[in-house]
Design a protein around this ligand. Structure first.
Ligand code: SAM
Length: 220
C-alpha cells in the first residue's frame, strides 16, 4: 500500500469533531460547484463510485442532490472511512452504500469492486506519483461500464505551467516532501486518459484554479 502519511500540512486539512466526524474546510467550499457539475455530466441512473471520499462531506451532498444514483464511498484511510459513516448516519440517505476500503493505486482493484456507471475522484492526483496515477486511471477505466462517465477534479498544471503563486507554493511544498508528488500536467494526463481507453469529453475550469476532466469509457 502506498498511502502516504507524510504530506505537507496544507495537503489534506480536516478537523476532528467529538463524534469522530471530520470537517474539511475545502470540501465545504467546493461542494456546490462539484455537485452542480456532477449533476450536469453524470448518468441519470446506476451505480456511482467515489474514490478517495475523504471526510464524507461530498458524498452526502451528492446523494441528496442526485437521488437517482446509488453512491459508494471509499477511501484508503480508516479515520476517513469512520468519518464517512458518521456523516451518513446523520443524513440517513437510502442511496449510499457502506464506505469501503480502497487503495486506488493498487493494481487490480477494479476487478474486485465491480462495474460502475459513474466514478468521481476529487483532489488526489497531486498526492500520488505519476506511476500510481497511471495505475489509478487504468483501473478507473476498467471499473466503468461501457457507457460509464468519470470526473477527475483537482489542481493541475496547464500546458506545463503552474497558474498562480498559490499553486507554485503548494506544488513546491509537495515535491519538497516527496519528489514523486506534485501537480500533474493536463496535457500529459489527456494522453494517459486516451491510452487507458477514456475519451476526454471536456475540461471544466473550477473555482480556486482547479480543473475538472470529464471522461467517458471508449468501448470501440
Ligand atoms: C485531499 S483529500 C481529498 C478528499 C476528498 N475527495 C475531498 O476532496 O474532500 C485526499 C484523500 O485521498 C485519500 N487517499 C490517499 N491516498 C489514497 C489512495 N492510494 N487510494 C485512495 N484514497 C487515497 C486520503 O485518505 C484522503 O481522504
Amino acid at each position: 500500500m502506498v498511502y502516504r502519511t507524510k504530506l505537507p500540512k496544507t495537503a489534506s486539512v480536516a478537523n476532528y469533531q467529538s463524534d469522530g466526524r471530520l470537517i474539511a474546510p475545502s470540501a465545504a467550499r467546493n461542494a456546490t460547484a462539484i455537485v452542480d457539475l456532477v449533476k450536469r455530466i453524470s448518468p441519470k441512473s446506476g451505480q456511482a463510485l467515489e474514490i478517495a471520499s475523504g471526510t464524507g462531506q461530498h458524498i452526502v451532498q451528492l446523494a441528496k442532490s442526485l437521488p437517482y444514483l446509488t453512491w459508494s464511498p471509499s477511501d484508503v484511510d480508516v479515520d476517513r472511512l469512520n468519518s464517512i459513516s458518521v456523516w451518513m448516519k446523520d443524513n440517513d440517505l437510502p442511496n449510499i452504500k457502506p464506505p469501503q476500503h480502497l487503495d486506488a493505486t493498487e493494481i487490480g482493484w477494479a476487478a474486485t469492486i465491480g462495474q460502475h456507471d459513474f466514478i468521481l475522484l476529487v483532489n488526489l492526483l497531486h498526492l500520488i506519483s505519476w506511476n500510481e496515477t497511471e495505475t489509478l486511471v487504468e483501473e478507473m477505466s476498467n471499473c466503468l461500464t461501457s457507457t460509464g462517465v468519470a470526473l477527475i477534479y483537482g489542481p493541475f498544471m496547464r500546458n506545463g505551467e503552474l497558474i498562480s503563486d498559490g499553486d507554485v507554493g503548494f506544488h513546491k511544498s509537495l515535491i519538497e516532501t516527496d519528489p514523486d508528488l506534485g501537480y500533474k500536467n493536463d496535457v500529459d494526463l489527456l494522453k494517459m486518459f486516451f491510452q487507458s481507453g477514456l475519451i476526454h469529453l471536456e475540461s471544466v475550469e473550477m473555482p480556486a484554479n482547479n480543473l475538472a476532466f470529464v471522461l467517458q469509457k471508449c468501448t470501440a
